[in-house]
Design a protein around this ligand. Structure first.
Ligand SMILES: *Cc1c(COP(=O)(O)O)cnc(C)c1O
Length: 459
């Protein structure tokens, strides 16, 4: 009997153990070290000829890997914009592994239809018009890349060139942005346009939001027949929103593709009082968001919307007749980067079913409230000062003493093991950045966070 069949026969004990371990991990997340630096010397453990079976491999995981996992899904991990995972999303992700669907083309399974349904639900959640369709991606980076690839195809067509077919050689494309996310800059490299192609547009003073007058001047000055504008709905530090209405009007006038990165900022649309921030987004050509951030589904899961699915299909279509299925559901491998695709729609489906629009409104409102609370505390603190007003779910601040203390203070905060924050940079000044995007953060956590900040200055 092989290890594989043995494991299959023991599946009930194995899954029971796994379920127990996962429950304990999730329940104790608030008490775990939030970040676990350290090098467990994995390199010495070489690949063996004979496998040990799943139970022994699991033991080894528990001993050698588990102790070094972060509590990034827990309530006091405030680095980047990290999110967490809801119970329903976690269960669904187990189902994804157990059912192992390949969501590349329809015809053998309901999985493609589920992803298309989830995209309709997300469109409704974000209050976007029905002309937006799309698919799930590996993250906002992949969604930004898709937006840029579509923009590139669009810019080629303006010059009567089908870039997907004949490449970039004969085309001229200019790209404009004020505060493009690092992943969009990387996407310019990946798309063969190059990072240096970007025309830097000024920001409005004291913000990361695009100065529309500066964009207008740049578009008017450009003789390039193909143009792409990368706009932001929520920049990573200032959580600033570009004036999408004005930018969309300029894009229309100058035949430019408008891509909007709303990796976490798009979630502001769940709350009516924030919806004005992204007004005009309905005029975008493509939109990025992330589900593994504020939707609190497990990594990895990004969101891509476009109003030009034909163009998306032209850009990504897979010319392989053996893949034809004879059904009229959209094959998602023709809309995305990968051919083989994980059933990442299921955690999104399950969490939206489980908690609904109201659950997510409450989550976003709670995180914004927590960020505002921390910002107020910092403003009143003798030790720290805010670098920028808190507008959504991100707080950027630094010690009141000299700037050289920023790095050391951040190290002390993170060394507490109770809180994890990441460095930020604001208007030429380095700072500490805390982003709230986890459903489990409570008032008690806010007190721990403030205590850690206080202690970090006393040391
Ligand atoms: C996080 C983020 C990205 C990159 O997202 P990934 O999911 O890490 O690929 C892009 N843009 C913005 C605004 C982000 O916050």
């Amino acid at each position: 009997m092989t290890r594989l069949t043995e494991d299959l026969q023991q599946l009930d004990q194995l899954t029971a153990r796994l379920s127990q371990w996962c429950q304990a991990f999730v329940q104790t997340l608030p008490d775990r070290g939030v970040a676990v630096p350290g090098d467990p010397a994995l390199a010495a453990d070489t690949l063996e000829d004979n496998g040990a079976g799943a139970a022994a491999a699991f033991d080894q995981f528990v001993r050698t890997i588990a102790p070094f996992l972060s509590a990034s899904a827990g309530p006091r991990y405030l680095g980047f914009v990290t999110g967490g995972t809801t119970p329903a999303a976690m269960l669904a992700d187990w189902l994804v592994a157990a059912t192992d669907q390949n969501v590349s083309s329809p015809g053998d399974s309901i999985s493609t239809a589920v992803e298309l349904q989830v995209m309709r639900w997300l469109r409704a959640l974000f209050v976007l018009p029905e002309h937006f369709e799309g698919l799930l991606t590996t993250g906002a980076t992949a969604s930004n890349l898709l937006g840029i690839l579509c923009g590139r195809q669009f810019a080629g067509l303006q010059q009567n060139i089908d870039i997907a077919a004949s490449g970039l050689a004969q085309t001229q494309i200019a790209v404009f942005s004020a505060t493009a996310h690092a992943s969009s800059i990387k996407s310019l490299s990946l798309a063969g346009l190059g990072r240096d192609r970007l025309t830097q547009i000024d920001c409005l003073p004291g913000t990361e939001a695009m100065d529309v007058a500066s964009l207008r001047a740049a578009l008017e000055a450009s003789s390039c027949p193909g143009k792409i504008v990368l706009a932001s709905a929520g920049t990573v530090t200032g959580t600033d929103f570009d004036d999408l209405q004005a930018i969309a009007a300029l894009c229309r006038q100058h035949h430019a593709w408008l891509h909007v990165d709303g990796a976490f900022g798009l979630f502001s649309r769940l709350l009516p009082e924030y919806r004005h921030l992204s007004e005009g987004i309905e005029l975008a050509d493509s939109i990025t968001s992330d589900a593994h951030k504020w939707l609190n589904v497990p990594y990895d899961c990004g969101i891509f919307f476009t109003r030009h699915t034909q163009l998306l299909q032209q850009t990504c279509s897979v010319a392989a007749p053996y893949l034809a299925t004879g059904v009229d559901t959209q094959a998602l491998m023709d809309w995305g980067i990968e051919n083989s695709r994980r059933f990442r729609a299921l955690p999104v489906w399950m969490t939206l079913k489980a908690y609904g629009r109201k659950g997510y409104r409450d989550l976003v409102a709670q995180n914004c409230h927590q960020a505002a609370h921390l910002a107020d505390w910092i403003e009143a603190s003798p030790d720290y000062q805010l670098l920028a007003p808190c507008k959504l779910n991100v707080v950027i601040f630094k010690p009141r003493v000299d700037d050289a203390e920023v790095g050391r203070t951040l190290r002390r905060i993170n060394a507490s093991g109770k809180v994890f924050m990441t460095p930020g940079f604001w208007q030429g000044s380095s700072g500490i950045r805390a982003a709230f995007s986890n459903w489990r953060t409570t008032q008690a956590d806010m007190e721990i966070i403030c205590d850690v900040l206080k202690a970090a200055m006393r040391e």
